[in-house]
Unconditional design. Structure first.
Length: 278
């Protein structure tokens, strides 16, 4: 069989795949990792020198679920989770070991995960989604605003999921071929060119509920996806200087994530006080 092709609607007019050489920009992830190490060491020294009573941060009210990108698992966001916990956030894994399966199945699994956390904590959750993880978060927020207080997307090409580097397309092709061969749990052709892809894309274009915060973080240095697809008009757009992969660990990006989570939490509290939401 011929290699599967992405559905045309996944790459609307006005967007484009990054140039083949653009992936070279992803090499800056080494510097971003180094920046994380330096920041962590500085934070550790600051905590040791602070009075004991000042070492803990106030606990944020909303639980935060971190959702990994395509081909990645929860481990890819472990450093971000660690930093957010140090800043007072209660973080949870998505339970996605490798984001390589059907997007609708992944969304259903994530929705169940959110339901269990909401029941346990008694409050809506916030979601931080990297790349494909952000698109999953976007769809769930539209369907289940009763579960989601806010989302922060990182390099998520919601406006044009097909506007990604050809290397990613090659990875998708491999998964589809393995799925055709009978290997279960992998992305199928229906997920990139059929009804599954259409449903996922349509959900990502629907208006966000008014009581759900929405921040979209993007980088013009992104070598994996077209940054223009990552900043929809409906979102509070935040530009950073980081690689696509590096957004998951660059401390400057994590600072923006933390600020967005606090802003969403505050907005949610204000709405409850006004009697707008429960």
């Amino acid at each position: 069989m011929s290699a599967p092709t992405l559905a045309a609607f996944l790459l609307p007019e006005g967007f484009a795949r990054p140039a083949v050489a653009a992936v070279v920009r992803e090499g800056s992830v080494l510097g971003e990792a180094g920046r994380y190490v330096l920041r962590t060491a500085g934070d550790r020294r600051a905590r040791r020198s602070a009075p004991y009573t000042g070492r803990t941060r106030p606990r944020a009210s909303d639980p935060v679920v971190l959702v990994p990108g395509f081909l990645a698992g929860d481990a890819s966001l472990a450093l971000m989770a660690r930093t957010l916990r140090g800043q007072g956030f209660r973080t949870y894994r998505s339970h996605i070991r490798a984001n390589v399966g059907c997007t609708l199945d992944a969304a259903a699994q994530l929705e169940e995960r959110l339901e269990s956390i909401v029941i346990r904590r008694g409050t809506r959750v916030q979601i931080v989604g990297h790349s494909l993880g952000g698109m999953l978060a976007r769809g769930i927020a539209v369907r289940r605003p009763d579960l989601v207080a806010g989302i922060v997307t990182l390099g998520s090409p919601m406006l044009a999921p097909g506007a990604h580097h050809r290397a990613l397309t090659a990875s998708v092709d491999v998964l589809v071929r393995l799925s055709r061969a009978g290997l279960p749990g992998l992305m199928a052709e229906e997920c990139v060119a059929g009804g599954c892809a259409r449903q996922s894309f349509d959900e990502s274009q629907q208006p966000m509920p008014r009581n759900v915060g929405f921040t979209a973080v993007y980088s013009k240095r992104d070598g994996i996806v077209d940054w223009r697809a990552c900043a929809p008009a409906a979102a509070h757009a935040v530009e950073v200087t980081a690689s696509h992969v590096g957004m998951a660990l660059d401390p400057r990006v994590i600072d923006h994530v933390a600020a967005s989570l606090r802003r969403h939490g505050l907005d949610s509290v204000v709405e409850v006080d006004r009697g707008v939401t429960a």
